[in-house]
Design a protein around this ligand. Structure first.
Ligand code: AMP
Length: 281
């Protein structure tokens, strides 16, 4: 695995590679786990050269959020990526990514302002801005994103479409801990009690899927059952529970064919998200 830190060097390498190789790209904020590595596996299957970036993007953290204390362990990440046969690791630095005179932002309207965007105003503008910058630097044929951040995936697909980028966006399924908790770099923030109670997110997804299997189609009814269920966990504070259209992210009242359950629940300062498809077989 080669490691690149400079933007100009990364651009030079990918410009040459692109002539005869298909580049697959997995952007991350590091502190890697099996969820990230599963995306690398997808990239490796679909491309000739796989590039993983690690960059804790300051622009996607709101004032007062956990940017400073976001978990970082480059040594460990490097080892995991070498063991997983990653070809190129790209670790840009803040000064190069956002020099003092940086002024440009990319914003996907509407779908960036709902769900997590309502709780974290401006967050997705930071995400789309950094992802477009990384796309321009890495020049990939395809990029892999996790369904774990489902809203982010939909927003990036929209950006790629709206701005006519020649990049195929591939999604990877959510990788979970044995008890169902979706893997996340932020899970390390949880205390022992919070970690135990955090399984309520996954259990809620299962509860909703069971309700749909039992022919309950009214989203209000499903949301109400999940709300009651999560409220039984004394450390959990619901941010939102919504059932939305898979593509537009608009709230739906009935599950006619399929929909997506979206959850955000706080445990102390730690905000966890999860989601699943609700479909009628
Ligand atoms: P992050 O480092 O949290 O910004 O995530 C980088 C990429 O990994 C994003 O596309 C995430 O959706 C994806 N990801 C994070 N956690 C998981 C998981 N548990 N399963 C699958 N993909 C994940």
């Amino acid at each position: 695995m080669i490691e690149i830190n400079s933007i100009s060097e990364m651009k030079k390498i990918t410009k040459e590679l692109k002539n005869n190789k298909k580049i697959g790209f997995v952007p991350t904020m590091g502190y890697l786990h099996k969820g990230h590595l599963s995306l690398l596996e997808i990239s490796k299957k679909l491309s000739d050269v796989s590039i993983v970036s690690i960059y804790v993007n300051p622009k996607q953290f709101l004032l007062g959020e956990d940017f400073e204390k976001y978990p970082r362990n480059i040594e460990h990440d490097r080892k995991l990526l070498i063991d997983s046969n990653c070809d190129i690791l790209f670790i840009p630095n803040d000064n190069e990514m956002y020099p003092d005179n940086f002024l440009t932002y990319v914003s996907v309207d509407k779908i960036s302002k709902i769900l997590c965007g309502a709780s974290r105003p401006g967050h997705f503008d930071g995400v789309t801005t950094v992802v477009l910058k990384l796309f321009n630097i890495v020049n990939p044929a395809l990029a892999v994103f996790g369904e774990k951040d489902y809203q982010q995936l939909v927003i990036i697909e929209k950006m790629v479409n709206d701005l006519n980028l020649d990049i195929k966006i591939i999604s990877g399924p959510i990788i979970r801990e044995p008890d169902g908790l979706a893997m996340s770099s932020r899970n390390v923030y949880l205390s022992k009690e919070e970690r135990e109670q955090a399984t309520c997110l996954y259990k809620s997804l299962v509860l909703a899927q069971d309700m749909v299997k039992n022919n309950i189609r009214k989203t209000k009814k499903i949301i109400s059952a999940i709300t009651d269920f999560i409220n039984k966990f004394n450390l959990a504070k619901i941010d939102y529970i919504k059932i939305v259209n898979n593509e537009t992210l608009e709230e739906i009242t009935d599950i006619e064919y399929k929909g997506r359950l979206m959850l955000a629940v706080k445990f102390g300062k730690t905000r966890l998200i999860d989601n699943c498809e609700l479909s009628i077989e």
